[in-house]
Design a protein around this ligand. Sequence first.
Ligand code: BMA
Length: 366
Amino acid sequence: MLMAFTVLVGTMVACGPSKSGQQKDKTFPPLTPETEKLLSALKAISSKGIMFGHHDDTNYGIGWEGDEGRSDVKSVCGDYPAVISFDLGGIEQKDTMNLDKVPFSKIKKEILNQYQRGGMVTLSWHLRNPKTGGDAWDVADTTVVKSILLGGVEHDKFAGWLTDVAGFINSLKTKAGTKIPVLFRPWHEHTGSWFWWGAKLCTPNQYKTLWRMTVDSLRAKGVDNVLYAYSTGTEPQDTTQYLQRYPGDDLIDVIGFDNYQFERDDFLASMQRELMIIDSIGKTHHKIIALTEAGYEGIPDPEWWTKTLLPAVEKYPIAYLLVWRNAREKPTHFFAPYPGQASVEDFVKFYRNLKTLFAADVNLYK
Ligand code: BMA
């Protein structure tokens, strides 16, 4: 029933003539059954709790790298995160390792492991600057987004980069050949201006066109195992500002924001503001909501998990919250506890709280 419906809707949406009649008809593949299951599970999960996520969780941690089955989160509480994120930065250079020196072969392996646990994988993309050759944070040139859109000088180069991303996502498969669903979250924190796709570096229309080009290109290359997340920073003050660069309900499955604590009162205030915004938009646009990145670098507050983070989010129906990485190469750059860290005891309380969900609590592909 679900399948038949999906195929029908997929075909209808894909082949419907555009309003102008100018655009060529596009035939896109419907989502794979596992991707549909992930979408349904994400819609339902907030009635059970909030999934905990951690970036690069099983790739490395404090004092280790690449150990089979190891995870700082698991070492502390006994279970893996329900969500693990990985970064594709560098795939567009045909590099064998991403920008944080994790081999793409290892990322693939860990994506399969997380899928087999019944947990979710999400992918960010800190890609390089296609115009200057600099990194994602190179914001000196304000014409980069324009240059990669159709008709721009770097369009062909960038189109090739999307082919590399499509190739990677299409290659995520189990041994039996089932494609593994992932949540792709490109062009994030665009309401700030620290990435070349940021607010001061392109117009709302250019940003939205970038999104549409990205999704259209992946769909045209047969990528049918992906959901898409739109995630701002904490700049939006209301729903209008949040939606100013929103590319459209037909492209996006999950809406969220990234928020890091520096000063507690500011963190709590921005948390409430952005959660209210995404909760309201989530309801009117029928979208899943999430805290797509969060954290307090170095977790200097030993009770941060149960006295700040959980109370801030628990009243909102977010599907997940994800903390950033435990960098093995930068001693103070960690966002999850590891054995001996000051917030371990509190994190175990957070883990035991009925509201939080870890890998053993979820089975997203049933
Ligand atoms: C940032 C930092 C960087 C890293 C980047 C992409 O927030 O963690 O060290 O390269 O994310 O993972």
